[in-house]
Design a protein around this ligand. Structure first.
Ligand code: SF4
Length: 288
């Protein structure tokens, strides 16, 4: 994408039709629980948006969050939109390395001060800053430095949002979430292990459209995506209603797609949009 190209121009150049674009805007507005009247506003804002600068920092993570984005069934419109943002710094995806990469991060922060979106995956070790460093800078210092001039922060994945696996007892690195460190910036927790790409692009689309973060629930997650538990929307729900359960992974019930509660399903207590968006996650869904 050329630097001065709008998102609309970029998508058009990639062969996305106006109809396809409006369909995406309509789906995004609906997923974000916006009224139908907001669709044209979303479309206009996204079509004319200039590529926002995004700085992506990866701390104590497994790269699963990035893998989930890059391996979503491409080329989807949401993946194209993700391509269209100016991903100025991303450890895994950037071509630059060493001092060149750090110079790119500093330049992006300086040129877009107050306007860039900071995305973080992975938790931050505060037990000893030396547990995880990038270019000799501790994760804690890099987060605080990059957060200073960010417009908003998206904590992607359960590790960044709530500490995740590194935070599990006995938490040898003293891992904490982004919101336990940064207190003066809007933070959107897009939890999930890994998180759903459409939720990330939905949050970005909302920010580009309205210039502010979407409504959040009490855990800082976008309420539109995390308002319902997976069980309520799961395609196995009718089997639950009829009392048809699988008891082992290879019994008749499992073969027929019956309810998996006895096999560890956490759907009734997990709030996310997996069932609505047909997203499989390996950490909380025995269907995977
Ligand atoms: Fe990996 Fe899950 Fe943590 Fe993402 S949230 S970094 S997928 S363990």
């Amino acid at each position: 994408m050329r630097r001065n190209q709008t998102l609309g121009e970029y998508l058009h150049a990639q062969g996305v039709s106006r109809r396809g674009f409006l369909k995406f805007c309509s789906a995004t507005a609906s997923l974000m629980a916006m009224p139908p009247s907001a669709i044209s506003q979303v479309a206009e804002a996204l079509a004319t948006a200039r590529r926002p600068s995004v700085i992506w920092l990866s701390f104590q993570e497994c790269t699963g969050c990035t893998e989930s984005l890059t391996r979503s069934h491409a080329p989807t419109l949401e993946s194209l939109i993700f391509d269209a943002i100016s991903l100025d710094y991303h450890h895994t995806l950037q071509a630059a390395a060493g001092t060149g990469a750090e110079a790119a991060r500093m330049a992006a922060m300086e040129e877009n001060a107050g306007k860039y979106i900071l995305v973080v995956d992975g938790s931050i070790p505060i037990g000893n800053p030396a547990y995880s460093t990038i270019a000799g800078v501790s994760n804690l210092d890099m987060l605080q430095e990059a957060a200073r001039d960010a417009a908003a922060i998206i904590a992607v994945g359960t590790c960044a949002a709530f500490g995740g696996i590194p935070h599990a007892n006995p938490n040898p690195t003293g891992a904490v979430s982004v919101s336990e460190i940064i207190k003066d910036k809007p933070i959107i927790n897009v939890s999930g292990c890994p998180p759903i790409p459409v939720v990330i692009t939905g949050v970005l689309a909302h920010f580009l459209t309205f210039g502010e973060i979407p409504e959040l629930d009490e855990l800082g997650r976008p309420a539109a995506f995390f308002g319902q538990n997976i069980h309520d929307r799961c395609y196995r729900r009718p089997f639950y209603e009829r009392g048809q359960f699988a008891h082992t992974f290879d019994d008749e019930g499992a073969r027929k797609g019956w309810w998996l509660y006895e096999l560890g399903c956490k759907g009734p207590t997990t709030y996310n949009a997996c069932a609505t968006l047909k997203w499989k996650v390996w950490a909380n869904c025995p269907r995977s």
